[in-house]
Design a protein around this ligand. Sequence first.
Ligand code: ATP
Ligand code: MG
Length: 184
Amino acid sequence: MIQFKKLRLTGFKSFVDHSELLINTGLTGVVGPNGCGKSNLVEALRWVMGETSAKQMRGGEMDDVIFAGSDKRPARNVAEVGILLDNSDRTAPALFNDNVELQVTRRIERQKGSLYKVNGQDVRARDVQLLFADAATGARSTAMVSQGKIGAIISAKPQARRTILEEAAGITGLHSRRHEAELR
Ligand code: ATP
Ligand code: MG
């Protein structure tokens, strides 16, 4: 299983200065007063895994993830989030599987959109989304339980609930690839 090792943020939401969060095996708790950025950290994780909905990021448009300025600091034009992954059991998709460590980064510049890299090489958003869909940790996967999600699962229609179960079973990546293949 792909393991998360380190989250790096620069200019992302309230994390204007470069910040790093070490993720060791076992449980990691993030504690702090209201408004200190706990949810922003989770959103950074969701974002670097390829989230495309600004609404999921509590914003009106994707540029809203960029530090918007404060009383003391001017706004930034670029945000970058990196996630370091341990792939030592070689379960990543073939495209990435030569590497024991994968550094996935997503960078956004105002009005220019996002760019993704894995170990310094440009990749498509789709490649990153599939990497995490296979690892069953994707931005929309059941591994990310946001506030209100439990209630949503309980009240979901059967088709939506099936999608949730498929994600939990780790077969969403296969479905996406089949869909792509059928479109070609
Ligand atoms: P709570 O305990 O209330 O859930 P939290 O620790 O989860 O709080 P967050 O919601 O992560 O807090 O952080 C909210 C803070 O992030 C607010 O102060 C908000 O102004 C700031 N913030 C959000 N987006 C941006 C942005 N684009 N630029 C600057 N600051 C931002
Ligand atoms: Mg919060």
